[in-house]
Design a binder for this molecule. Structure first.
Ligand code: SF4
Length: 431
């Protein structure tokens, strides 16, 4: 979502004459777009901003701005902590960004805008379109979240759920396809509840409408909350060939006691049932997930239940993180905090299991042919290779051995015979 938002910053600032540069030292304006979902991300943002102090000393005209979730969370406190910051703008202020920059250029008085008032209307600018469009693009369909999981800061910094108009979304997808995109990833904190509040069409219907866009080859989405994974979405997997053979379904823990404290509103059994429903229509669907280790009160037995669930589902990828207290989130006040040492050990164990499962899954593709959406090429040890992703979201590197094409394959979906499954990618040859 931050990638998408950053594209919007480019779009709204272009009329003021700002264009992207490759080196931060060459910039007249630096925007640090931040994430605060974990403490580490927030620390990284502040450390990067710290570097801007020296740049500003060298070039007092430089404008330093911070946007996104950390800006939303900290507001004007950032100006007290880092007086060389000029603009602080929150997660819903990007449509006002150009006006803020213009005002600052004129009076050099720092501006803070963390108003949550501007929702995701379609007066909201859509991302930069006149640059060369990549093969795969993000499209935000909704913002904010109403779920209030006990560890999560998102509802406080990104606001309540708001969905975009489906016609505007479909139009944006059409525009992207016209400019060369072949795949879109529909984004929202909880895409399954798309349109419910506003009485728009539901998410499966939106998928249907997007899949009718001519020239679009693939659709992905993120993120889907297990509690809201509806029969309609399962039916979409059954009926829509453009919907990729992959779902990212964050489970967070395999222990019912922990899930309850996390306020996830599903049990391990509910989760397994959803997986079964998906596998009934797409038996080889690739499943990935998010996991938190060391949630307050998590025992060794709870953690073992997580490992057990990971094995049972056979995830092909996991994003695992150590729990960290976030401001506003109720879990920050929970008792039974797990020691850093235990969190580190559990994370390492989970990541080892992830590597083992991912490799196993990749090896299982050897000897099969997969459809690859080609997104680029590279040279490895003097050998030219195309790169892309399979429908199940595996990175595939392949050569044209014996079948040289003289055209550019970027943007094409081609069959690739997989020779080798590596821990993090597949290697093959063009069929
Ligand atoms: S569903 Fe839960 S974890 Fe996801 S953004 Fe909403 S509150 Fe955070």
């Amino acid at each position: 979502m931050n990638v998408y938002d950053s594209e919007m910053f480019k779009k709204v600032l272009r009329p003021l004459g700002y264009i992207p540069v490759d080196e931060v030292e060459d910039a007249d304006l630096v925007i640090v777009n931040t994430c605060t979902v974990r403490k580490k991300a927030e620390e990284k943002a502040f450390s990067f901003l710290g570097r801007m102090r020296a740049l500003k000393k060298k070039n007092p005209e430089l404008i330093v701005a911070i946007g996104g979730c950390v800006a939303q969370q900290e507001g004007s406190a950032i100006l007290r902590r880092m007086p060389y910051v000029d603009l602080v703008f929150g997660t819903r202020a990007y449509a006002r960004l150009a006006a803020m920059v213009e005002k600052f250029e004129y009076d050099r008085i720092p501006v803070v805008d963390v108003e949550m008032t501007m929702g995701i209307t379609d007066a909201t600018p859509i991302p930069e379109l006149d640059a060369e469009v990549e093969v795969s693009r993000f499209v935000t369909i909704m913002r904010g979240c109403d779920n209030f999981c006990s560890y999560c800061i998102v509802p406080y910094v990104r606001g309540r759920e708001e969905s975009r108009d489906p016609d505007a979304i479909v139009q944006e997808v059409r525009d992207l396809v016209e400019r060369g995109a072949r795949e879109v990833t529909l984004l929202g904190q909880n895409v399954n509840s798309y349109g419910k509040k506003e009485g728009l069409c539901d998410f499966p219907e939106l998928l249907r409408r997007v899949s009718e866009v001519e020239g679009l080859a693939r659709i992905r989405f993120a993120t889907s909350h297990p509690k809201d994974l509806s029969p309609g979405l399962v039916a979409a997997y059954r009926d829509l060939p453009k919907l990729c053979n992959h779902i990212h379904l964050p489970v967070q823990s395999g222990s019912n006691a922990v899930l309850k404290k996390m306020k996830r509103k599903y049990t391990r059994e509910d989760y397994m049932q959803r997986i079964e429903n998906l596998k009934a229509v797409r038996p080889d669907i690739a499943l990935t997930s998010d996991m938190i280790v060391g949630f307050p009160g998590e025992t060794e037995a709870d953690f073992d239940a997580t490992l057990d669930l990971v094995r049972e589902v056979g995830f092909s990828g996991i994003f695992a993180f150590k729990y960290s207290d976030r401001p506003h989130a109720p879990a920050a006040k929970f008792e039974g905090k797990v020691s850093e040492e235990d969190k580190t050990r559990r994370l390492a164990k989970l990541l080892d299991l992830e590597t083992e499962l991912s490799e196993k899954r990749n090896i299982s593709y050897a000897g099969t042919t997969v459809e690859v959406l080609v997104d680029g090429h590279k040279e490895v040890k003097g050998v030219f290779q195309w790169t892309g992703r399979s429908s199940c979201n595996r990175v595939v590197n392949f050569t044209e051995a014996g079948k040289p094409t003289d055209g550019n394959l970027v943007g094409k979906v081609v069959p690739v015979y997989i020779e080798t499954g590596l821990p993090h990618s597949l290697r093959g040859v063009l069929r």
